[in-house]
Design a protein around this ligand. Sequence first.
Ligand SMILES: Nc1nc2c(ncn2[C@@H]2O[C@H](COP(=O)(O)OP(=O)(O)OP(=O)(O)O)[C@@H](O)[C@H]2O)c(=O)[nH]1
Ligand SMILES: [Mg+2]
Ligand SMILES: [Zn+2]
Length: 320
Amino acid sequence: MKGRIISVFKDLYRVSVGNNEINAPITGNMIKSADFPVVGDYVEISDEGQITEIYPRKTILSRKVAGKEIKEQPIVSNVDFIFIVTSLNKDFNIARLERYLTMVYESGSNPCFILTKSDLDDDVNEKVASLEEIAFGVPIHVVSSYEDKGIDEIRDYLKDEKTIGLIGSSGVGKSTLINKLLGNEIIKTKEIRVTDDKGKHTTTRREMFKVGDGYIIDTPGMREIQIWSGDTSSSFEDVEELAKLCRFSDCTHGNEPGCAVNRAIETGELKKERLASYLKLKREIQNMENKINHGHKFAEKEKIKNMMGTLDKKKKIVHR
Ligand SMILES: Nc1nc2c(ncn2[C@@H]2O[C@H](COP(=O)(O)OP(=O)(O)OP(=O)(O)O)[C@@H](O)[C@H]2O)c(=O)[nH]1
Ligand SMILES: [Mg+2]
Ligand SMILES: [Zn+2]
């Protein structure tokens, strides 16, 4: 049977199968190969009620795991849209939104910006205008769950079995928005939110909900967004198009002569901050790629060393 992962508990996965929901473990082989399902995954369930296989993912949103380890952390899979949620008060930060966008493009899903808590903000238009400068056609929706503003625009996405994943900082109103879409009765039965000492609701696990003819995935707020890999060709299309006109194909847009990017900054066509964000992100993506490659090379070397080790030992035996 085919099912879909709704949420992940310690060793069990909540899976929707047809009209039912079951809790299922994964096979020992999957554990061994660290083949862990994520919310949104389609999986094969055996007659014994075990998850035996993850179907190929259409999209996968990942970040680097927190801390020093060089490891990918998949967040959600098979989502058609990712809503990058930010509130219109203190959370609003263009550089962070550029980062999210770069991550989302890499995932293969379609990005959308959701600006929440419009009831708290007096200069919505100004913020939307500054976001439009970096959004290049990515839809922007202004909502207020308190004032029921923009909720219908969000509902429009939830059709034809489409799946939406929500990401953003803690406290921007992701869960409140989902509750709004769900209606009250359903929320009461779900205990997905805990109250921290500040009285703020904080989500602790990813969970998928059915809304209308679609699905929506709530995620816990992200504290740090460490890029695992990113695609700047869409999120920084403006900069990369300009870069094609630089005299040197490997121009770093520093002090090189004939740099079209810096020329654009001089004429005001491109903002200085935008180039700074771009260069910073590129550096980060490159650093991560180097580390991953280094990790692979290291693993290879270790493998060869181990093989040599066994060869040496064998040789010694032969010599005796
Ligand atoms: N003024 C206002 N407050 C809102 C709105 N939506 C949510 N809030 C409040 O913002 C706080 C955080 O909302 P949550 O929905 O828990 O935020 P979240 O993004 O799910 O946070 P995490 O689960 O920690 O990631 C709560 O106190 C909400 O009542 C809104 O439209 N307007
Ligand atoms: Mg939440
Ligand atoms: Zn240049």
